[in-house]
Design a protein around this ligand. Structure first.
Ligand SMILES: [Zn+2]
Length: 278
């Protein structure tokens, strides 16, 4: 098979169809932009101005974008490794058929329950009028978004979880200002004094060390953040990021995410259970 006859995003090496990493990112971007409300025309223009070429250094146009949006092989087949989650592809297919449901499906409800305003932390409400895409509004501060597809929000959340699965490094205990604990300082002085006193009882020294350690630990990790961070990492270890199974992602979401922050541009950040915002 010639490379020119297989879908954008793949090539053939030693008789095997393989994913072309750079093209895979472009496919994902096209799907995400489309779900976020961009037209195929606008998507093509944006790719061309970013200097991203279609096959054989050709420019993108509406039709080549549609070709990518309509190709079910990106979901994965026996011959083609998957490039997209089935849910993403299905969301685009539903939108292409113009029967995208104005009501939310069950899995989106899980996300919706945790949606808060990125400016003030207030709970967001979803405003939907017939034949329009839902807007999000913060009753507390008045923040309001343009229309955003539920699928686009879901896609952003899934993409973030996916990225965290692949690389745990960004998951860190957020830096906390360490309060000065005068009790701790007093105990440390006391310990120094006793340690240099030959008459001091070992049991008293032990007890002091214990008290100091407890106080220090409380100062380092006042909200059990180190523990929560470790739990998040463990949860991520159990998941195969590329598989994108609905139920697993939903469980992971519930386990590690405490809030979903949205700003007026519809951009999403996740507040994790350890207090960190990513
Ligand atoms: Zn607000």
């Amino acid at each position: 098979m010639k490379n020119s006859t297989i879908p954008y995003g793949y090539s053939v090496q030693n008789g095997q169809t393989v994913v072309v990493a750079a093209e895979k990112d472009v496919v994902k971007r096209i799907y995400l932009d489309y779900l976020a409300g961009s037209s195929p025309n606008r998507i093509a223009t944006a790719l061309n101005s970013a200097g991203i070429a279609y096959r054989n250094a050709r420019r993108w146009n509406k039709n080549t974008v549609y070709r990518v949006l309509d190709d079910a092989r990106y979901r994965g087949t026996d011959e083609y490794p998957s490039i997209l989650c089935a849910e993403t592809w299905d969301a685009v297919a539903a939108k292409r058929n113009q029967n995208s449901c104005p009501y939310m499906d069950a899995e989106f409800l899980v996300i919706r329950k945790k949606m808060v305003c990125a400016s003030c932390g207030g709970k967001l409400t979803r405003n939907w009028e017939k034949s329009k895409i839902a807007r999000w509004e913060c009753p507390a501060c008045g923040m309001q978004t343009e229309g955003i597809e539920d699928a686009a929000i879901r896609y952003q959340v899934v993409a973030k979880l996916d990225a965290l699965c692949q690389n745990h490094d960004p998951i860190q205990c957020p830096r906390q200002s360490k309060p000065i604990d005068f009790e701790c300082i007093r105990l440390e002085r006391e310990f120094k004094r006793m340690a240099s006193d030959p008459a001091a009882k070992p049991s008293e020294l032990d007890s002091l060390i214990q008290q100091i350690t407890q106080l220090q630990y409380k100062n380092i990790d006042p909200k059990g953040c180190l523990f929560a961070t470790e739990q998040i990492r463990l949860a991520l270890d159990k998941l195969q990021p590329s598989q994108c199974k609905n139920k697993e992602l939903e469980a992971l979401f519930k386990q590690i995410v405490s809030k979903v922050l949205m700003d007026k541009n519809g951009a999403i950040q996740l507040k994790l259970k350890n207090g960190q915002i990513l």
